[in-house]
Write a protein that binds this ligand. Sequence first.
Ligand code: UN1
Length: 492
Amino acid sequence: MKNYIAGQWLPSSTGRTFNNINPADISDVIGSFPLSNVDDVARAVAAASDAFKAWRLLPAPKRGDILRVAGDIFTRRKEELAAIMTREMGKTLAETKGDIQEAIDTAYYAATETRRLFGHTAPSEMNNKMNMSFRMPIGVCGIITAWNFPIAVPSWKILPALACGNTVVFKPSDDSPHSANIFAEILEEAGLPPGVFNVVHGNGEAGAALVESENVRLIGFTGSTSTGTAIAARCGALNKRVSLEMGGKNAQIVMPDADMELALHGVLWGAFGTTGQRCTATSRLILHQDIHDSFVAELIMQAKQLVLGNGLTHSGAQVGPVINQRQLDKILSYIEIGKSEATCVLGGKRDIGGDNANGFFMEPTIFTNVERTDRIFQEEIFGPVLSVIKATSFEHALELANDSAYGLSSSIYTRDVNAAFTAIRDIEAGITYINAPTIGAEAHMPFGGIKGTGNGHREGGWTAFDIFTEWKSVYVDFSGKLQRAQIDNYTD
Ligand code: UN1
Protein backbone atom coordinates (compact mmCIF):
# COMPACT_ATOMS: atom_id res chain seq x y z
CA MET A 1 0.00 0.00 0.00
CA LYS A 2 1.20 3.48 -0.85
CA ASN A 3 1.30 7.20 -0.08
CA TYR A 4 -1.24 9.40 -1.86
CA ILE A 5 0.46 12.45 -3.36
CA ALA A 6 -0.88 14.75 -6.10
CA GLY A 7 -3.60 12.20 -6.85
CA GLN A 8 -1.09 9.36 -7.35
CA TRP A 9 -0.31 6.30 -5.28
CA LEU A 10 3.44 6.30 -4.66
CA PRO A 11 5.92 4.25 -2.61
CA SER A 12 8.32 6.03 -0.27
CA SER A 13 11.33 7.49 -2.05
CA THR A 14 13.63 5.08 -0.20
CA GLY A 15 11.42 2.04 -0.71
CA ARG A 16 11.34 1.51 3.07
CA THR A 17 8.10 0.12 4.55
CA PHE A 18 6.50 -0.83 7.85
CA ASN A 19 3.95 -3.56 8.57
CA ASN A 20 0.42 -2.93 9.77
CA ILE A 21 -0.87 -5.76 11.93
CA ASN A 22 -4.19 -6.70 13.51
CA PRO A 23 -3.94 -6.12 17.29
CA ALA A 24 -6.55 -8.83 17.89
CA ASP A 25 -4.45 -11.39 16.04
CA ILE A 26 -0.85 -10.48 15.46
CA SER A 27 -0.38 -13.24 12.86
CA ASP A 28 -2.76 -11.27 10.62
CA VAL A 29 -0.62 -8.83 8.62
CA ILE A 30 -2.80 -6.26 6.86
CA GLY A 31 -0.10 -4.92 4.61
CA SER A 32 3.09 -2.94 4.36
CA PHE A 33 3.00 0.85 4.08
CA PRO A 34 5.64 3.41 3.07
CA LEU A 35 8.00 4.54 5.81
CA SER A 36 8.26 8.07 4.49
CA ASN A 37 11.05 10.55 5.03
CA VAL A 38 11.63 14.25 4.52
CA ASP A 39 11.70 13.90 0.71
CA ASP A 40 8.30 12.22 0.61
CA VAL A 41 6.87 14.93 2.84
CA ALA A 42 8.44 17.63 0.66
CA ARG A 43 6.83 16.10 -2.41
CA ALA A 44 3.41 16.05 -0.74
CA VAL A 45 3.77 19.61 0.53
CA ALA A 46 4.78 20.79 -2.95
CA ALA A 47 1.66 19.12 -4.39
CA ALA A 48 -0.52 20.73 -1.73
CA SER A 49 1.06 24.18 -2.27
CA ASP A 50 0.45 23.90 -5.98
CA ALA A 51 -3.15 22.75 -5.57
CA PHE A 52 -3.86 25.58 -3.13
CA LYS A 53 -3.65 28.14 -5.94
CA ALA A 54 -6.86 26.92 -7.57
CA TRP A 55 -8.62 25.33 -4.59
CA ARG A 56 -8.74 28.56 -2.58
CA LEU A 57 -10.46 30.26 -5.53
CA LEU A 58 -13.17 27.64 -5.98
CA PRO A 59 -16.31 29.16 -4.44
CA ALA A 60 -16.77 27.76 -0.94
CA PRO A 61 -20.22 26.22 -1.66
CA LYS A 62 -18.67 24.36 -4.61
CA ARG A 63 -16.06 22.97 -2.23
CA GLY A 64 -19.00 22.03 -0.01
CA ASP A 65 -20.61 20.08 -2.85
CA ILE A 66 -17.55 17.81 -2.96
CA LEU A 67 -17.64 17.30 0.81
CA ARG A 68 -21.33 16.40 0.64
CA VAL A 69 -20.57 13.72 -1.96
CA ALA A 70 -17.76 12.48 0.30
CA GLY A 71 -20.37 12.10 3.07
CA ASP A 72 -22.49 10.02 0.68
CA ILE A 73 -19.54 7.77 -0.19
CA PHE A 74 -18.59 7.32 3.48
CA THR A 75 -22.21 6.22 3.96
CA ARG A 76 -22.05 3.80 1.04
CA ARG A 77 -18.72 2.28 2.18
CA LYS A 78 -19.54 2.26 5.90
CA GLU A 79 -19.72 -1.54 6.44
CA GLU A 80 -16.58 -2.23 4.41
CA LEU A 81 -14.59 0.56 6.03
CA ALA A 82 -15.75 -0.48 9.53
CA ALA A 83 -14.32 -3.95 8.94
CA ILE A 84 -11.03 -2.48 7.70
CA MET A 85 -10.83 -0.25 10.76
CA THR A 86 -11.68 -3.01 13.24
CA ARG A 87 -9.03 -5.19 11.64
CA GLU A 88 -6.28 -2.61 11.97
CA MET A 89 -7.07 -1.03 15.34
CA GLY A 90 -9.25 -3.50 17.20
CA LYS A 91 -12.37 -1.74 18.44
CA THR A 92 -15.67 -3.52 17.81
CA LEU A 93 -17.63 -3.16 14.58
CA ALA A 94 -20.38 -1.20 16.34
CA GLU A 95 -17.74 1.30 17.43
CA THR A 96 -15.96 1.54 14.08
CA LYS A 97 -19.34 2.17 12.41
CA GLY A 98 -19.84 4.96 14.94
CA ASP A 99 -16.40 6.32 14.06
CA ILE A 100 -17.44 6.52 10.38
CA GLN A 101 -20.81 8.02 11.26
CA GLU A 102 -18.94 10.87 12.95
CA ALA A 103 -17.11 11.52 9.67
CA ILE A 104 -20.39 11.40 7.75
CA ASP A 105 -21.93 13.94 10.12
CA THR A 106 -18.81 16.10 9.91
CA ALA A 107 -18.84 15.97 6.09
CA TYR A 108 -22.45 17.12 5.84
CA TYR A 109 -21.93 19.72 8.54
CA ALA A 110 -18.80 21.11 6.86
CA ALA A 111 -20.58 21.11 3.48
CA THR A 112 -23.35 23.23 4.96
CA GLU A 113 -20.92 25.56 6.66
CA THR A 114 -19.36 26.42 3.29
CA ARG A 115 -22.49 28.54 2.76
CA ARG A 116 -22.09 30.16 6.15
CA LEU A 117 -18.43 31.18 6.44
CA PHE A 118 -19.70 34.41 7.89
CA GLY A 119 -17.61 37.48 8.42
CA HIS A 120 -18.73 40.68 10.14
CA THR A 121 -19.53 44.16 8.98
CA ALA A 122 -19.01 47.12 11.28
CA PRO A 123 -19.77 50.83 10.97
CA SER A 124 -16.91 53.03 9.85
CA GLU A 125 -15.69 56.01 11.82
CA MET A 126 -15.94 58.04 8.61
CA ASN A 127 -18.54 59.01 6.05
CA ASN A 128 -18.66 57.14 2.74
CA LYS A 129 -16.58 54.26 3.98
CA MET A 130 -17.57 50.67 4.73
CA ASN A 131 -15.87 48.10 6.93
CA MET A 132 -16.15 44.35 6.56
CA SER A 133 -14.20 41.20 7.30
CA PHE A 134 -13.72 37.87 5.56
CA ARG A 135 -12.38 34.47 6.48
CA MET A 136 -9.36 33.57 4.36
CA PRO A 137 -7.83 30.09 3.99
CA ILE A 138 -4.40 29.69 5.56
CA GLY A 139 -2.62 27.47 3.03
CA VAL A 140 -1.18 23.99 3.43
CA CYS A 141 -2.29 22.32 6.67
CA GLY A 142 -0.31 19.43 8.17
CA ILE A 143 -2.62 17.03 10.00
CA ILE A 144 -1.14 14.47 12.40
CA THR A 145 -3.47 12.13 14.28
CA ALA A 146 -3.66 9.10 16.57
CA TRP A 147 -5.00 5.62 15.79
CA ASN A 148 -7.94 5.39 18.19
CA PHE A 149 -10.37 7.24 15.88
CA PRO A 150 -8.79 6.55 12.46
CA ILE A 151 -11.57 8.25 10.49
CA ALA A 152 -13.54 10.46 12.90
CA VAL A 153 -10.71 12.52 14.36
CA PRO A 154 -8.98 13.15 11.00
CA SER A 155 -12.39 14.17 9.60
CA TRP A 156 -12.79 16.81 12.33
CA LYS A 157 -9.65 18.49 11.03
CA ILE A 158 -9.44 17.63 7.34
CA LEU A 159 -13.01 18.36 6.29
CA PRO A 160 -13.29 21.85 7.86
CA ALA A 161 -9.76 22.63 6.57
CA LEU A 162 -10.85 21.77 3.02
CA ALA A 163 -14.18 23.59 3.40
CA CYS A 164 -12.26 26.77 4.23
CA GLY A 165 -10.13 26.48 1.08
CA ASN A 166 -6.94 25.02 2.57
CA THR A 167 -5.08 22.04 1.19
CA VAL A 168 -3.90 19.18 3.39
CA VAL A 169 -1.02 16.81 3.97
CA PHE A 170 -2.18 14.08 6.33
CA LYS A 171 0.27 11.96 8.35
CA PRO A 172 -1.90 9.27 9.96
CA SER A 173 -0.79 7.06 12.81
CA ASP A 174 1.35 4.12 11.72
CA ASP A 175 -1.13 1.95 13.65
CA SER A 176 -4.07 2.84 11.39
CA PRO A 177 -2.72 3.63 7.90
CA HIS A 178 -5.22 1.57 5.92
CA SER A 179 -8.21 3.66 7.05
CA ALA A 180 -6.32 6.79 5.95
CA ASN A 181 -5.95 5.42 2.44
CA ILE A 182 -9.70 4.76 2.26
CA PHE A 183 -10.18 8.39 3.36
CA ALA A 184 -8.10 9.42 0.33
CA GLU A 185 -10.00 7.10 -2.01
CA ILE A 186 -13.30 8.58 -0.84
CA LEU A 187 -12.19 12.19 -1.30
CA GLU A 188 -10.83 11.35 -4.74
CA GLU A 189 -14.08 9.68 -5.81
CA ALA A 190 -16.02 12.67 -4.45
CA GLY A 191 -14.18 14.83 -6.97
CA LEU A 192 -11.44 16.50 -4.96
CA PRO A 193 -8.78 17.76 -7.39
CA PRO A 194 -5.31 16.11 -7.22
CA GLY A 195 -2.98 17.60 -4.61
CA VAL A 196 -5.73 19.14 -2.45
CA PHE A 197 -5.50 16.18 -0.09
CA ASN A 198 -2.37 14.06 0.33
CA VAL A 199 -1.45 11.19 2.64
CA VAL A 200 2.11 10.50 3.77
CA HIS A 201 2.60 7.40 5.91
CA GLY A 202 5.31 6.80 8.43
CA ASN A 203 6.40 7.49 11.97
CA GLY A 204 7.72 10.51 13.86
CA GLU A 205 10.28 11.18 11.13
CA ALA A 206 7.53 12.05 8.63
CA GLY A 207 5.58 13.96 11.29
CA ALA A 208 8.62 16.04 12.21
CA ALA A 209 9.32 16.78 8.54
CA LEU A 210 5.77 18.07 8.20
CA VAL A 211 6.16 20.33 11.23
CA GLU A 212 9.48 21.67 9.92
CA SER A 213 8.33 22.19 6.33
CA GLU A 214 8.44 25.87 5.43
CA ASN A 215 5.31 25.78 3.29
CA VAL A 216 3.13 24.15 5.92
CA ARG A 217 1.34 27.04 7.61
CA LEU A 218 -0.65 25.12 10.22
CA ILE A 219 -0.33 21.91 12.21
CA GLY A 220 -3.42 20.16 13.58
CA PHE A 221 -2.41 17.44 16.03
CA THR A 222 -4.19 14.79 18.11
CA GLY A 223 -2.03 12.59 20.30
CA SER A 224 0.01 12.55 23.48
CA THR A 225 0.68 15.65 25.55
CA SER A 226 4.44 15.13 25.35
CA THR A 227 4.50 14.98 21.52
CA GLY A 228 1.96 17.80 21.19
CA THR A 229 3.92 20.06 23.50
CA ALA A 230 7.12 19.45 21.52
CA ILE A 231 5.26 20.21 18.26
CA ALA A 232 3.86 23.41 19.75
CA ALA A 233 7.34 24.55 20.77
CA ARG A 234 8.61 24.08 17.20
CA CYS A 235 5.53 25.75 15.74
CA GLY A 236 6.09 28.66 18.11
CA ALA A 237 9.65 29.07 16.86
CA LEU A 238 8.53 28.78 13.24
CA ASN A 239 5.46 31.05 13.59
CA LYS A 240 3.01 28.39 12.56
CA ARG A 241 -0.51 28.09 13.79
CA VAL A 242 -0.95 24.92 15.83
CA SER A 243 -4.06 23.31 17.26
CA LEU A 244 -3.56 20.55 19.79
CA GLU A 245 -5.86 17.90 21.19
CA MET A 246 -3.93 15.86 23.72
CA GLY A 247 -4.31 13.79 26.87
CA GLY A 248 -7.08 13.44 29.37
CA LYS A 249 -7.72 12.03 32.84
CA ASN A 250 -11.47 12.36 32.81
CA ALA A 251 -13.57 11.99 35.92
CA GLN A 252 -17.11 10.82 36.47
CA ILE A 253 -18.67 11.94 39.77
CA VAL A 254 -21.57 9.97 41.26
CA MET A 255 -23.65 11.64 43.99
CA PRO A 256 -25.93 9.72 46.39
CA ASP A 257 -29.09 11.13 44.78
CA ALA A 258 -28.15 9.86 41.29
CA ASP A 259 -29.91 7.19 39.27
CA MET A 260 -27.43 4.45 40.19
CA GLU A 261 -28.26 2.13 37.30
CA LEU A 262 -27.70 4.98 34.85
CA ALA A 263 -24.43 5.99 36.53
CA LEU A 264 -23.27 2.40 36.42
CA HIS A 265 -23.96 2.03 32.71
CA GLY A 266 -22.26 5.37 32.17
CA VAL A 267 -19.00 4.37 33.79
CA LEU A 268 -18.94 0.91 32.20
CA TRP A 269 -19.19 2.50 28.76
CA GLY A 270 -16.98 5.49 29.58
CA ALA A 271 -14.16 3.45 31.11
CA PHE A 272 -14.16 0.27 29.03
CA GLY A 273 -15.68 1.32 25.69
CA THR A 274 -12.93 1.46 23.01
CA THR A 275 -10.91 -0.50 25.65
CA GLY A 276 -10.41 2.79 27.50
CA GLN A 277 -8.46 4.15 24.54
CA ARG A 278 -10.26 7.45 24.05
CA CYS A 279 -8.87 10.76 25.13
CA THR A 280 -12.32 11.29 26.66
CA ALA A 281 -12.36 7.88 28.45
CA THR A 282 -13.43 7.78 32.09
CA SER A 283 -10.26 6.93 33.96
CA ARG A 284 -11.24 8.38 37.35
CA LEU A 285 -14.46 7.52 39.17
CA ILE A 286 -15.28 9.82 42.09
CA LEU A 287 -17.89 8.22 44.33
CA HIS A 288 -19.61 9.97 47.20
CA GLN A 289 -18.81 8.02 50.37
CA ASP A 290 -22.50 7.21 51.05
CA ILE A 291 -22.78 5.05 47.93
CA HIS A 292 -19.13 4.09 47.45
CA ASP A 293 -19.20 0.49 48.66
CA SER A 294 -22.47 -0.57 47.06
CA PHE A 295 -21.58 1.11 43.76
CA VAL A 296 -18.15 -0.54 43.61
CA ALA A 297 -19.66 -3.97 44.35
CA GLU A 298 -22.17 -3.62 41.51
CA LEU A 299 -19.55 -2.17 39.15
CA ILE A 300 -17.20 -5.12 39.68
CA MET A 301 -20.04 -7.56 39.00
CA GLN A 302 -21.00 -5.88 35.75
CA ALA A 303 -17.46 -5.17 34.51
CA LYS A 304 -16.59 -8.83 35.07
CA GLN A 305 -19.21 -9.79 32.50
CA LEU A 306 -17.78 -7.69 29.68
CA VAL A 307 -16.79 -9.96 26.79
CA LEU A 308 -13.29 -9.49 25.36
CA GLY A 309 -12.70 -10.57 21.80
CA ASN A 310 -11.80 -10.01 18.18
CA GLY A 311 -14.52 -7.77 16.78
CA LEU A 312 -14.26 -9.34 13.33
CA THR A 313 -14.63 -12.97 14.30
CA HIS A 314 -16.52 -12.80 17.61
CA SER A 315 -19.91 -11.16 17.21
CA GLY A 316 -20.46 -10.96 20.98
CA ALA A 317 -17.22 -9.06 21.64
CA GLN A 318 -17.72 -5.88 23.68
CA VAL A 319 -14.10 -4.99 24.40
CA GLY A 320 -11.37 -5.28 21.77
CA PRO A 321 -7.59 -5.46 22.22
CA VAL A 322 -5.32 -2.53 23.00
CA ILE A 323 -3.44 -1.22 20.03
CA ASN A 324 0.07 -2.67 20.24
CA GLN A 325 2.76 -4.28 22.37
CA ARG A 326 4.16 -0.92 23.48
CA GLN A 327 0.78 0.21 24.77
CA LEU A 328 0.13 -3.17 26.42
CA ASP A 329 3.49 -2.92 28.23
CA LYS A 330 2.72 0.61 29.33
CA ILE A 331 -0.67 -0.42 30.74
CA LEU A 332 0.84 -3.43 32.54
CA SER A 333 3.53 -1.24 34.08
CA TYR A 334 0.86 1.17 35.34
CA ILE A 335 -0.97 -1.79 36.85
CA GLU A 336 2.18 -2.66 38.80
CA ILE A 337 2.40 0.96 39.96
CA GLY A 338 -1.30 0.82 40.88
CA LYS A 339 -0.84 -2.31 42.93
CA SER A 340 1.79 -0.55 45.01
CA GLU A 341 -0.46 2.48 45.53
CA ALA A 342 -4.01 1.11 45.82
CA THR A 343 -6.14 -2.06 45.73
CA CYS A 344 -6.74 -3.90 42.47
CA VAL A 345 -10.29 -5.24 42.78
CA LEU A 346 -10.78 -6.45 39.20
CA GLY A 347 -8.59 -7.55 36.30
CA GLY A 348 -4.99 -6.45 36.24
CA LYS A 349 -3.77 -9.01 33.71
CA ARG A 350 -3.41 -9.56 30.02
CA ASP A 351 -6.16 -11.86 28.72
CA ILE A 352 -4.70 -14.89 26.95
CA GLY A 353 -7.76 -17.12 26.96
CA GLY A 354 -8.71 -18.99 23.76
CA ASP A 355 -8.37 -16.96 20.57
CA ASN A 356 -7.35 -13.90 22.57
CA ALA A 357 -3.88 -15.37 23.09
CA ASN A 358 -2.89 -14.05 19.67
CA GLY A 359 -3.84 -10.43 20.46
CA PHE A 360 -3.12 -7.60 22.87
CA PHE A 361 -6.14 -8.18 25.11
CA MET A 362 -6.23 -6.54 28.53
CA GLU A 363 -8.73 -7.33 31.27
CA PRO A 364 -10.95 -4.46 32.40
CA THR A 365 -9.17 -3.32 35.55
CA ILE A 366 -10.48 -1.44 38.59
CA PHE A 367 -8.51 0.04 41.48
CA THR A 368 -10.08 1.22 44.74
CA ASN A 369 -8.56 2.98 47.78
CA VAL A 370 -6.92 5.40 45.37
CA GLU A 371 -5.45 8.63 46.72
CA ARG A 372 -5.32 11.90 44.79
CA THR A 373 -1.52 11.90 44.77
CA ASP A 374 -1.32 8.39 43.29
CA ARG A 375 0.14 8.15 39.83
CA ILE A 376 -2.84 6.06 38.67
CA PHE A 377 -5.07 8.99 39.68
CA GLN A 378 -2.93 11.62 37.96
CA GLU A 379 -1.35 10.08 34.84
CA GLU A 380 -3.01 9.11 31.58
CA ILE A 381 -2.79 5.34 31.04
CA PHE A 382 -4.91 5.04 27.84
CA GLY A 383 -6.29 1.58 28.52
CA PRO A 384 -9.11 -0.20 30.36
CA VAL A 385 -7.99 0.94 33.81
CA LEU A 386 -10.30 2.78 36.20
CA SER A 387 -9.18 4.46 39.44
CA VAL A 388 -11.95 4.84 42.03
CA ILE A 389 -11.69 7.46 44.75
CA LYS A 390 -14.00 8.33 47.65
CA ALA A 391 -15.36 11.87 48.12
CA THR A 392 -16.68 13.05 51.47
CA SER A 393 -18.92 15.79 50.02
CA PHE A 394 -20.00 17.44 46.76
CA GLU A 395 -17.34 20.14 47.19
CA HIS A 396 -14.73 17.47 47.81
CA ALA A 397 -15.84 15.64 44.65
CA LEU A 398 -15.38 18.79 42.55
CA GLU A 399 -12.00 19.43 44.12
CA LEU A 400 -10.89 15.88 43.24
CA ALA A 401 -12.20 16.23 39.67
CA ASN A 402 -10.18 19.42 39.25
CA ASP A 403 -7.03 17.94 40.76
CA SER A 404 -5.59 17.06 37.36
CA ALA A 405 -3.00 18.30 34.91
CA TYR A 406 -5.59 17.69 32.17
CA GLY A 407 -8.99 19.19 31.42
CA LEU A 408 -10.80 17.47 28.56
CA SER A 409 -14.06 15.81 29.59
CA SER A 410 -15.99 15.40 32.83
CA SER A 411 -19.28 14.01 34.07
CA ILE A 412 -21.57 14.15 37.07
CA TYR A 413 -24.53 11.95 37.90
CA THR A 414 -27.01 13.71 40.18
CA ARG A 415 -30.69 14.61 40.29
CA ASP A 416 -29.97 17.82 42.21
CA VAL A 417 -30.29 20.73 39.78
CA ASN A 418 -28.17 23.01 41.98
CA ALA A 419 -25.33 20.48 42.09
CA ALA A 420 -25.55 19.98 38.33
CA PHE A 421 -25.30 23.68 37.54
CA THR A 422 -22.54 24.23 40.08
CA ALA A 423 -20.59 21.43 38.39
CA ILE A 424 -21.18 22.97 34.96
CA ARG A 425 -19.73 26.23 36.26
CA ASP A 426 -16.89 24.90 38.39
CA ILE A 427 -15.44 21.78 36.75
CA GLU A 428 -12.25 22.74 34.93
CA ALA A 429 -12.72 20.95 31.60
CA GLY A 430 -13.62 21.67 28.00
CA ILE A 431 -16.60 19.30 28.17
CA THR A 432 -19.02 18.53 31.03
CA TYR A 433 -21.74 15.90 30.79
CA ILE A 434 -24.70 15.82 33.15
CA ASN A 435 -26.06 12.29 33.69
CA ALA A 436 -24.06 10.96 30.75
CA PRO A 437 -20.61 9.39 30.42
CA THR A 438 -17.46 11.35 29.62
CA ILE A 439 -17.32 9.97 26.06
CA GLY A 440 -19.47 10.56 23.00
CA ALA A 441 -18.92 14.08 21.67
CA GLU A 442 -21.24 15.24 18.88
CA ALA A 443 -19.78 16.42 15.57
CA HIS A 444 -21.37 19.87 15.56
CA MET A 445 -20.24 20.88 19.06
CA PRO A 446 -16.85 22.36 20.00
CA PHE A 447 -14.44 19.64 21.15
CA GLY A 448 -11.27 20.16 23.14
CA GLY A 449 -9.89 20.82 26.56
CA ILE A 450 -7.94 23.06 28.87
CA LYS A 451 -4.72 22.72 30.90
CA GLY A 452 -2.54 19.84 29.59
CA THR A 453 -5.20 18.81 27.07
CA GLY A 454 -5.04 21.62 24.55
CA ASN A 455 -3.85 25.03 23.53
CA GLY A 456 -7.10 26.94 23.35
CA HIS A 457 -8.54 25.70 20.08
CA ARG A 458 -11.72 23.69 19.68
CA GLU A 459 -12.24 21.35 16.79
CA GLY A 460 -15.64 19.95 15.89
CA GLY A 461 -18.51 22.38 15.63
CA TRP A 462 -18.39 25.93 14.35
CA THR A 463 -15.16 26.61 16.25
CA ALA A 464 -13.18 24.36 13.87
CA PHE A 465 -13.61 27.08 11.26
CA ASP A 466 -11.70 29.48 13.51
CA ILE A 467 -8.72 27.13 13.47
CA PHE A 468 -8.58 26.90 9.69
CA THR A 469 -9.07 30.53 8.68
CA GLU A 470 -7.29 33.86 8.97
CA TRP A 471 -9.29 37.08 9.17
CA LYS A 472 -8.98 39.73 6.48
CA SER A 473 -10.29 43.19 7.41
CA VAL A 474 -11.40 45.29 4.46
CA TYR A 475 -12.09 49.04 4.31
CA VAL A 476 -13.79 50.51 1.23
CA ASP A 477 -13.55 54.28 0.96
CA PHE A 478 -15.97 55.72 -1.63
CA SER A 479 -15.62 59.40 -0.56
CA GLY A 480 -13.22 60.23 -3.39
CA LYS A 481 -10.86 62.08 -1.06
CA LEU A 482 -8.12 61.20 1.41
CA GLN A 483 -9.89 60.50 4.67
CA ARG A 484 -7.43 59.95 7.44
CA ALA A 485 -8.36 57.38 10.02
CA GLN A 486 -9.52 58.77 13.30
CA ILE A 487 -6.22 58.11 15.02
CA ASP A 488 -4.41 60.30 12.50
CA ASN A 489 -7.03 63.06 12.58
CA TYR A 490 -6.88 64.41 16.09
CA THR A 491 -5.10 67.75 16.32
CA ASP A 492 -5.24 68.31 20.06
C1 UN1 B 1 -10.41 11.05 20.98
O1 UN1 B 1 -10.36 10.06 21.71
O2 UN1 B 1 -9.36 11.51 20.47
O3 UN1 B 1 -15.87 11.93 22.73
C2 UN1 B 1 -11.65 11.73 20.61
C3 UN1 B 1 -15.76 10.90 22.11
C4 UN1 B 1 -15.31 10.83 20.69
C5 UN1 B 1 -14.08 11.60 20.44
C6 UN1 B 1 -12.90 11.08 21.15
N1 UN1 B 1 -16.36 11.20 19.81
O4 UN1 B 1 -16.01 9.86 22.61
